[in-house]
Design a protein around this ligand. Structure first.
Ligand code: ZN
Length: 178
């Protein structure tokens, strides 16, 4: 696992989302393995009230993290996510699972229980369900194909392929279309 780094606040922006309500979008490219903490109050699961911004830490503890203070609370569900939750002790982070382009919405899978009881009945509006074609993402280290189900297939560039790509992208004639 690569070293994780925090996503600076200036790299993301909250704007209306085609998935649901407001979403969290990249305004800077966000590399793989960058994360944002799901912040809030740690409360016993038995004391959960009507908050919509909850994250189960374990069987007995829940983070109650309302927006706007908890930026990660804006991150919507996707069946084809570009982030995943990852717990460390009693903290929860949402981490990018691939490089994210400017303008992309950050998403993670809310889990089968939540999905089946609260999203499936009204119809999922996520990017994977709206456009069920495989999604291709080219990164510096390789190429990723993400299926609508969220399954990701990765191909690493060989050294030669990588050098070839670098020369293409640094060729000004190619970029200007000349
Ligand atoms: Zn979906």
């Amino acid at each position: 696992m690569a070293d994780r780094k925090m996503i600076p606040r200036e790299w993301v922006r909250v704007t209306p989302s085609p998935i649901h309500g407001q979403g969290l979008f990249a305004v800077q490219p966000i590399p793989f393995a960058h994360e944002i903490e799901y912040t809030g109050c740690l409360i016993p699961a038995s004391q959960v009230n009507g908050s919509r911004y909850l994250f189960n830490v374990n069987k007995s503890l829940v983070i109650d993290g309302p927006v706007p203070d908890n930026l990660a609370g804006y991150i919507n569900h996707s069946c084809r996510p570009n982030c995943m939750p990852s717990g460390r002790g009693k903290k929860v982070f949402i981490m990018t699972v691939r490089d994210i382009r400017v303008g992309e919405e950050l998403t993670y899978h809310y889990g089968d229980g939540y999905f089946n009881s609260l999203i499936r009945p009204t119809g999922c509006q996520c990017n994977g369900c709206r456009d069920p074609r495989p999604e291709v993402n080219v990164a510096e280290e390789g190429l990723y194909v993400t299926m609508p189900s969220g399954v990701m297939i990765g191909v690493k560039w060989s050294h030669d392929q990588r050098e070839q790509l670098k020369s293409w992208f640094s060729d000004p004639n190619l970029l200007s279309g000349g």
